[in-house]
Design a protein around this ligand. Sequence first.
Ligand code: HEM
Length: 411
Amino acid sequence: MTTSHVKQSLQSATSLTTPSFKQHAYAHYDELRQHSPAFPLPFLYEGQLRIITRYKDANSLLKETRLTKNPHLILTEEQFSEFFVGGSSSPLSKHMLNVDPPDHTRLRTLVHKVFTPRMIEKLRPRIHAIASHLLQPYRHHSSSFDFIQSFAFPLPIIVISEMLGVPIEDRDQFRQWSNYLVEEHAEEDKDKEIAIMKEFTDYIGSQIADRRNHPKEDLISQLVHVRENGEQLSEPELFSMIFLLIIAGHETTVNLIGNGLFALLQHPEQWEELKKNPSLIPTATEEMLRYYSPVEFSTNRWALEDIPLGDTVISKGDYVLISLAAANRDPEQFPEPHLFNMKRNPNKHIAFGMGIHYCLGAPLARLEAHIAFEELLRTLPSLTLAKPAEELSWRPSLLMRGLKELPLIHR
Ligand code: HEM
């Protein structure tokens, strides 16, 4: 296949989020990886989008200081409003994942302590209790249920809601808002997206106002306290931090747990072995992260200057989209990359990113997944897919890889 064939096949898939692309993404990535280290696609106006698929390049570009997260250094105001719904006024965009140092360092430092492995470990008993409670209704044999709806989604949202202190009753509302925001929509739905951003902003505002009047022992109260007592956190940064923690705290982990179980049930012999030897759960979790990486692409990055890469050059102003999913299936790094092997070792996947934006929530996500699989193997050992794997579909999101549903039977 020539480069233009690959381009055509990508473009005829319209975008990187169509059901067809999502279904065959790993085959597309294999082609892209062979053709160019930074495969170009047309982007906003005259701009270029570069897709990075090789592990070595992804690893180094995630640490590259010549890439910026600040679109204002690259885009005109007009381009900015086309790219970002809600334009520069969006009060939820001033979070750590969208900024470079020194702002990034300041924002990350404010919450870093809460997410260290030592602090997260204290949540273990509570996460066990939540997981066990969620699985109770399905203990009986012959029960059938959608695993995403019943377990993979509620577990992380309950955990992050409790950490932040937001009412559990509101979690379905979050799910609707955040699902909408991480999925792709037609141009005509922009107004709806703006309306949802506004509702979400108002909701966060009401939580902040509540903690100003009635401080509690939760993370929102701590952040409100930081805001009130110094110059370290502006009002938009406070809103954006809460927004990021809500979204990142569950949109990702739901996919790790859902995709992970899907991979295991596609390899029933490994599910059986894990049942006999649950001490393999941590290594199996790393393979789940590599095999169906929950975050498919890294977030926005633009080139501040020309960056040579292999036989090509990423040009100043290019939008660089790093496929973590593709990097994690690169044969140069992982022997037999398309093989799911829960004992794979070494397994230096980059599902949590790399460099200064390396996932803050990685210890939490890992702990939730370990507990989820411990409880699952203990409570529902005889699970099978209720539909053939080929009939399941992926959500139309650029950033995330997650199943729409995972129907199961407990026999
Ligand atoms: C399986 C679950 C998860 C995966 C695969 C994941 C993946 C990632 C990745 C790839 C990044 C970096 C993106 C980039 O550089 O463009 C990131 C950043 C981040 N993640 Fe996670 N994440 C997960 C769970 C969580 C959880 C549970 C939280 C908890 C609140 C969280 C909070 C964050 C935050 C705050 C950042 C931004 C860090 C920074 O900019 O310094 N993540 N995550």
